[in-house]
Design a binder for this molecule. Structure first.
Ligand code: HEC
Ligand code: HEC
Length: 160
């Protein structure tokens, strides 16, 4: 590529930017993004989680819930996805899914601390929301793909 074949398009581009500049200056400034959400250090309406669990632990728990079910915050909390997090009322119980989620938390604890704890000889006696939900609201009842049943190996020759 010769120098001019590089420079000429650049000059043209410069002219285009310059020509466009007045209209850019007239467009209203972009709305300032909302400030980052400050997770509360204390829950105002804790019924299952420890109220003083701290902002980081609460954030981690809510992200585990959302990713475990493959949903956004608004699935369990009031306030649409278009409402900035800082303006939503997360302590509200108006969304009925929140009560279901609390029952699920109690059920998960009961499975871990009672049902699985009573079965000896397990390697990992623990379930999480993801164990059942696998990133979906409704856990699957059976494999999605037809199960491929492997052909059994040939029988060993008779031993006599
Ligand atoms: C699967 C349902 C579910 C999802 C999804 C979920 N939450 Fe929650 N959230 C809950 C439940 C249930 C509680 C109350 C726990 C309790 O009662 O101990 C809660 C509590 C909270 C609280 C504390 C409110 C208070 O009492 O002061 C905040 C803040 C919060 N969630 C934010 C979020 C954010 C932000 C998201 C998205 C990243 C989110 N949650 C996603 C179910 C959910
Ligand atoms: C032992 C399996 C299992 C575990 C563990 C589990 N869930 Fe569930 N969950 C289910 C089943 C089954 C349903 C009913 C689905 C339906 O009716 O469509 C359900 C439904 C839900 C629903 C309602 C979904 C809807 O809108 O119909 C929410 C919310 C939920 N679970 C949250 C959670 C959270 C949060 C956790 C972890 C604390 C959790 N679940 C752990 C099996 C489980």
């Amino acid at each position: 590529m010769s120098t001019s074949s590089f420079v000429r398009p650049m000059l043209l581009l410069g002219a285009m930017v310059w020509l466009a500049a007045p209209s850019i200056a007239q467009t209203p400034p972009a709305p300032t993004p909302p400030p980052p959400y400050q997770w509360p250090a204390t829950l105002r309406n804790a019924q299952v989680l420890p109220a003083d669990m701290g902002a980081q632990a609460l954030r981690g728990t809510m992200i585990v819930f959302a990713t475990g079910l493959g949903v956004r915050c608004s699935y369990c909390h009031v306030g649409g996805d278009d409402v900035p997090l800082a303006e939503r009322d997360f302590a509200s119980d108006a969304n009925p899914k929140k009560a279901i989620a609390r029952a699920m938390m109690r059920m998960t604890t009961a499975i871990n601390e009672e049902a699985l704890a009573a079965i000896p000889g397990l390697n990992q006696p623990r379930v999480t929301c993801y164990s059942c939900h696998r990133g979906a609201v409704t856990p699957l009842l059976r494999p999605e793909q037809p199960v491929v049943v492997p052909t059994p190996p040939p029988l060993p020759p008779p031993a006599h």
